[in-house]
Write a protein that binds this ligand. Structure first.
Ligand SMILES: Cc1cc2nc3c(=O)[nH]c(=O)nc-3n(C[C@H](O)[C@H](O)[C@H](O)COP(=O)(O)OP(=O)(O)OC[C@H]3O[C@@H](n4cnc5c(N)ncnc54)[C@H](O)[C@@H]3O)c2cc1C
Ligand SMILES: *[C@@H]1O[C@H](CO)[C@@H](O)[C@H](O)[C@H]1NC(C)=O
Ligand SMILES: *[C@@H]1O[C@H](CO)[C@@H](O)[C@H](O)[C@H]1NC(C)=O
Ligand SMILES: *[C@@H]1O[C@H](CO)[C@@H](O)[C@H](O)[C@H]1NC(C)=O
Ligand SMILES: *[C@@H]1O[C@H](CO)[C@@H](O)[C@H](O)[C@H]1NC(C)=O
Ligand SMILES: *[C@@H]1O[C@H](CO)[C@@H](O)[C@H](O)[C@H]1NC(C)=O
Length: 485
């Protein structure tokens, strides 16, 4: 399954003396939480990353805390031990290497901190920051409640919520991070603080997009929303000019502010595999209503059938998850945002993709998805610098999954080239928006600087205040860091 064992073995030798010592001390101090290469626990943690690029990295040890106090002890120890580097992981679904794993350092696997409790009025879900949403939804189903989490199995709260979070409810309530009332955070000093609108509010706001730059989050206090059954449909179509044209028209119309329906989320997928091209629509309606009219223009296009169901969130997540690879050998992803253009512009974007993507026809195990989605309708409580209440931002996610590292350079160059041409088209026609969505971006995309100079400066100031020594900037190297090296 993993043809990269040789790289893994080579990496073991890069564990520094400092890391080895820190692992040992940690193991003695908090017994039972540290695992080493070649053990079952270590292997299980590594093999559960979504992408092969993350599985290739081999930390000196993996620390699996079970409480906030253990996280605090870890941070105190690691910051007083030479130059040991560390990474923090949640669901491990970021694609690029080093986001949530670290070669030769210590990886903190947060997934044992996965508790869930509800406030008495059922309006707040207290969620352990290592929780994986697909394990949480079934626990909320008996209450007819949900939280704003991932739409396929395995997505962790830690990365998803700190990077934004696009959910079934995002047309109504914005990004998941807009709906976090409070964060329990372990700072670089080991101090545990609570950040909310009324305490440490600068940190509270910074964490709404700030990813892993400010501390290790140990608990999210998230808005819980009433939702029993929702409607989900996924329809496939033949990839023909007339289908693409009808879809482009339908999507452009769906995105017009006059047609905005806050319950209606969807994704228009154009894809390419070794078998050729395809197109499908995933439609999600967060009311107990079958076949909502808002999707008529999509469902009336002659199609090859698919799913249509009224079901609970946990079931929809499992069913939709069947459409995507459960894990990938290699993967690469880019994203960008624009204002809803006329149908003709969607078709031009697809044509650019269609012409160039066939250069990948020989790539083994290829699955490319070119996904159009309505962007969340944010109320602006985050660091993204987007216009609050705007309903017609469209978000692109172009993801390649394939088998073999020897194809990395080709895949990256083709995807980069397509996105470059598409952005140039949108820029010249004045539809392009600067904003880059962190959770769909590659590390090569300059995410934080697209949120506006003012917001980057705010993030930097919060870092200086809560992490004056820059521990999360230098000792935890993976991620979109706040200061240029
Ligand atoms: C198949 C698939 C489907 C997806 N679907 C969606 C979707 O529906 N909507 C959407 O918005 N996104 C989606 N994504 C993208 C997803 O939001 C990101 O990959 C996100 O980072 C996943 O979170 P994680 O905890 O699993 O990631 P990880 O890779 O574990 O972590 C991501 C980042 O967060 C940091 N982090 C994790 N936990 C903590 C913590 N406790 N404290 C501080 N920092 C922490 C890590 O250090 C890392 O830098 C999808 C991705 C995949 C692969
Ligand atoms: C862990 O994985 C390595 C590398 O794939 C393998 O050599 C080793 O046997 C595994 N150990 C256990 C206990 O599973
Ligand atoms: C949840 O919703 C279903 C369907 O609307 C209803 O039958 C059930 O009583 C609700 N359960 C709770 C705990 O409110
Ligand atoms: C946005 O929504 C969140 C969650 O409901 C709320 O805490 C915040 O005050 C809202 N902000 C604005 C500007 O309305
Ligand atoms: C899809 O294409 C196949 C093969 O050309 C054809 O038989 C089928 O009727 C088409 N289906 C639709 C819904 O257009
Ligand atoms: C990867 O590609 C190389 C070179 O094309 C080939 O020799 C090898 O068999 C491929 N490996 C896998 C696992 O597909």
């Amino acid at each position: 399954m993993y043809p990269f064992a040789l790289c893994l073995l080579a990496a073991v030798s890069s564990v520094s003396a400092s890391t080895a010592q820190t692992c040992k001390t940690l193991d003695a101090k908090i017994p039972g939480r540290v695992s080493y290469p070649d053990s079952t626990a270590y292997n299980a943690s590594i093999s559960s990353y979504y992408s092969g690029q993350e599985r290739d990295l081999n930390p000196g040890c993996i620390f699996r805390p079970t409480s906030t106090s253990e996280v605090s002890q870890f941070i105190k120890l690691v910051t007083s031990s030479g130059n040991t580097q560390f990474a923090v992981r949640g669901g491990g679904h970021t694609l690029w290497p080093g986001a949530a794993n670290v070669d030769g350092g210590i990886t903190v696997d947060m997934r044992a901190m996965n508790s869930l409790s509800l406030s008495e009025d059922h309006k707040i879900a207290h969620l352990g920051a290592g929780a994986v949403f697909s394990d949480i939804y079934p626990q909320l189903t008996p209450y007819n409640l949900t939280v704003m989490g991932g739409r396929v199995p395995g997505i962790g709260a830690g990365g998803f919520v700190t990077g934004g979070g696009i959910t079934f409810l995002s047309r109504k309530h914005g990004f998941s991070c807009d709906n976090v009332y409070g964060y329990e955070v372990v700072l670089a000093s080991g101090k545990v603080v609570y950040a909310s609108q009324s305490s440490n509010s600068d940190l509270w706001l910074a964490l709404k997009g700030g990813s892993n730059n400010f501390g290790i989050i140990t608990r999210f206090d998230l808005a819980a929303f009433p939702l029993g059954n929702m409607w989900y449909s996924d329809l496939s179509y033949n990839y023909t000019d007339s289908v693409l044209s009808a879809n482009a028209k339908a999507f452009s119309k769906f995105m017009k502010p006059a047609n905005y329906d806050s319950a209606a989320m969807m994704g228009m997928f154009v894809y390419y595999t070794n078998q050729g091209f395809g197109v499908s629509n995933a439609m999600w309606y967060v009311e107990d209503v079958a076949n909502p009219k808002v999707y008529d223009a999509f469902t009336q296009i002659p199609n090859l059938g698919g799913v249509s169901e009224l079901a609970t969130v946990d079931k929809v997540v499992n069913d939709f998850g069947q459409n995507l690879p459960a894990t990938t050998g290699r993967s690469y992803q880019l994203t960008f945002t624009f204002n809803n253009p006329p149908a003709s512009v969607y078709l031009q974007l697809i044509q650019i993709w269609e012409k160039r993507i066939t250069a990948l026809s020989k790539v083994e195990g290829l699955f490319i998805e070119f996904l159009f989605q309505p962007q969340p309708v944010t109320n602006g409580t985050n660091m993204f610098g987007l216009t609050p209440g705007k309903t017609d931002y469209v978000l692109i996610d172009m993801t390649a999954a394939y088998d073999n590292a020897s194809d990395d350079a080709l895949v990256e160059s083709v995807i980069n080239d397509i996105v470059k041409q598409q952005r140039a088209l949108l820029k010249s026609s004045k539809y392009l928006v600067d904003f880059i969505y962190l959770n769909y971006a590659d590390i090569s995309q300059n995410v934080l600087s697209t949120w506006g100079a003012g917001n980057l400066a705010k993030l930097q100031a919060v870092s200086k205040k809560y992490d004056p020594k820059g521990v999360f900037q230098t000792r935890s190297p993976g991620g979109y860091k706040l200061f240029k090296k």
